[in-house]
Design a protein around this ligand. Structure first.
Ligand code: HEC
Length: 158
């Protein structure tokens, strides 16, 4: 009797695992739709090294955004200026100059908008601008990020 109930538990367990693994058909369909969804963004065809440079610059701009927001929350204009200046037009680590010949004109223009926005935020912080004004400028700067992200994706060619 004990053996029977143990094997019953075994069969039940196998049945439960099998059920958990087989998803209902509509879920499978959704998964498939995500996999095959067309990414209509324009591919930026870059070599591996160029891709690394572009993405490193992106992460730098996100760090600047983080620093500016944290500075705004504390009303700390020195911190805002410092964080914003790291992503300004002439900041080291901005690659637009290095990759000028490779990147499309629209990409460079939106990149310029983002870097220019950070330059302006740094200047506003130096000039003692209000948090509201700097937040608004940051919002406009972030629009350059989202516009470009909606337009391009990176595709590595080598
Ligand atoms: C001129 C175009 C452009 C602008 C402006 C831009 N990005 Fe990007 N960003 C890209 C592209 C292209 C990618 C790669 C997206 C992909 O391949 O899916 C990317 C990727 C990123 C990533 C991912 C980095 C990684 O390591 O994977 C972050 C974070 C990012 N961007 C942040 C920002 C922030 C923050 C801003 C604005 C302050 C910004 N970007 C502005 C084009 C841009």
């Amino acid at each position: 009797m004990k053996r029977v109930s143990v094997s019953l538990v075994g069969v039940l367990a196998v049945a439960l695992v099998a059920q958990a693994c087989s998803r209902p058909p509509e879920e499978k369909g959704a998964e498939h739709a995500v996999e095959s969804a067309a990414d209509a963004r324009e591919p930026l065809r870059l070599g591996g090294h160029e891709r690394d440079l572009v993405l490193a610059e992106m992460r730098l701009m996100l760090e600047s955004t983080e620093g500016v927001v944290a500075g705004l929350a504390r009303n700390d204009s020195a911190a805002i200026e410092q964080a914003a200046a790291r992503s300004g037009r002439r900041a080291p680590g901005t690659i637009d100059q290095e990759l000028h010949g490779v990147l499309p004109e629209d990409f460079l223009r939106m990149g310029e908008e983002a870097h220019g926005g950070f330059d302006e935020i740094a200047q506003m912080a130096r000039d003692g601008a209000s948090s509201e004004a700097m937040t608004a400028r940051l919002g406009a700067t972030l629009h350059a990020c989202t516009s470009c992200h909606a337009t391009y994706r990176v595709e590595v060619t080598e």
